[in-house]
Design a protein around this ligand. Structure first.
Ligand code: SF4
Length: 408
């Protein structure tokens, strides 16, 4: 299988171009087409010589995600169902203006991305694990979720604004030349081999939408460790996704050894633990992973992370009626939060078709929050309706797969 171009770092591209006898600034030009202009076709990269484009086409793939379905209004939480090149389906969720979920004053546009097709961890409340694990996502499939949402936004914006702002070369603004990358103004012998179209100034680089990432879509992120970490380096790099490391949160169901490994990484990402129970009895009931890495082991790994990174942790806590929303859970949860200086995000459960769990009443949710606050634990309760779509992660994919199976 050829490597996909969106799985390579700038250094790897430069090394490849050097090996081909190309100037290294070609790597910067290519990266701009991939991440700033988000083109989907080699032929759109008009400032690369045609012979180079042909060689890239032969040696690399340039896969994009196909949008199968989208749920949600443009100004609210939106769920994207993507088809991968092998026809597997994954979800990403865009959550606009989400207030202070991960310690930021305001997360303007948060994208929740998937890291696996399905999930092997079988949490009892989760739609993503219902049909089991199919495969890990590649680096480029994680990266492309962000780029594809940006591309979708570019199209939405082009409907709103004048044709002069359209991305992709169809329309060109009068002053577009001032947005050209520096390397574009250099003339080389090879420029003689460029398309005539390349001599037309490109339109302005479209603005970016996504400025926060949460890795808590389908799959257990830390079970796909190396591709995830490389994807995050690409998404964090200024020549790539340009998303600050501190605006990236990895969520795990509790893979203690990988948490320790993550603590050694130079990338300063945030860590969220999908806790959902503050005792082994409750976690064992909901999350099979707890039998392998019980709370004592998980908490020690979190302490190691805290010691190495000095960064605040977040506990994700789904409130499920009659399972973990009783006030008896509050004291052990508060004790864990205090020990790890963690913030608690309470998320009222969103029922999943085929699963018996229910959402607690509003009064029960508020009582749980108040009991945590009384114990001086920083906590938030997700009250916004739009987030219901995010909370039910995995359902759209399951629904679509079952519909497709029924129609064949
Ligand atoms: S909650 Fe996360 S780890 Fe658990 S089954 Fe769902 S996707 Fe997998």
């Amino acid at each position: 299988m050829p490597t996909d171009i969106k799985s390579l770092t700038q250094e790897e591209l430069q090394a490849q171009f050097q090996a081909w006898g190309q100037p290294t600034y070609r790597a910067a030009q290519l990266l701009e087409w991939l991440y700033a202009r988000r083109v989907v076709d080699w032929d759109a990269m008009t400032n690369l010589p045609r012979a180079l484009r042909d060689r890239l086409r032969t040696e690399f793939t340039l896969h994009t995600l196909a949008l199968v379905r989208k749920q949600g209004a443009t100004d609210a939480t939106q769920k994207f169902l993507w088809r991968l090149p092998d026809h597997a389906l994954i979800e990403s969720v865009l959550i606009p203006a989400n207030p202070a979920l991960y310690g930021e004053p305001s997360d303007r546009h948060t994208l929740c991305v998937s890291t696996q097709v399905g999930c092997a961890y079988g949490c009892e409340f989760c739609a993503s694990g219902l049909d089991g694990w199919k495969r890990n996502l590649g680096v480029e499939e994680i990266v492309e979720q962000v780029v594809a949402v940006e591309r979708w936004n570019d199209r939405e914006q082009s409907k709103v604004h004048s044709p002069q702002s359209i991305v992709g070369g169809e329309a060109i603004t009068q002053d577009a030349a001032r947005y050209l990358p520096e390397s574009r103004t250099q003339t080389t012998d090879e420029d003689e081999a460029l398309d005539p179209a390349s001599r037309i100034p490109h339109p302005a680089t479209p603005p970016r939408l996504v400025n926060n990432l949460v890795i808590m879509g389908m799959g257990e992120p830390l079970a796909n460790y190396d591709p995830l970490l490389k994807a995050l380096r690409l998404l964090n790099a200024p020549w790539g996704g340009g998303i600050g490391a501190r605006k990236i949160t990895i969520s795990t169901s509790g893979l203690a050894p990988q948490i320790r490994k993550l603590a050694e990484e130079p990338l300063q990402v945030r860590l969220a633990i999908s806790l959902h129970g503050a005792t082994d009895a409750t976690r064992n009931r909901l999350m099979p992973v707890n039998r392998k890495y019980p709370l004592s082991e998980l908490i020690r790994a979190c302490e190691c992370y805290l010691e190495k990174k000095g960064r605040m942790l977040t506990f994700e806590y789904l409130l499920i009626a009659g399972v973990n929303d009783g006030l008896a859970q509050v004291e052990p949860l508060a004790a864990l939060a205090r020990r790890l200086k963690a913030k608690v995000n309470l998320i009222p459960y969103n029922p999943v078709d085929g699963l018996p769990w229910q959402r607690p009443t509003d009064a029960a949710q508020e009582a749980f929050l108040a009991a945590l606050e009384k114990r001086k634990v920083p906590a938030t309760l997700r009250r916004e309706k739009g987030s219901d779509i995010a909370a039910a992660c995995g359902q759209l994919r399951l629904k679509t797969e079952h519909e497709l199976a029924a129609s064949t």
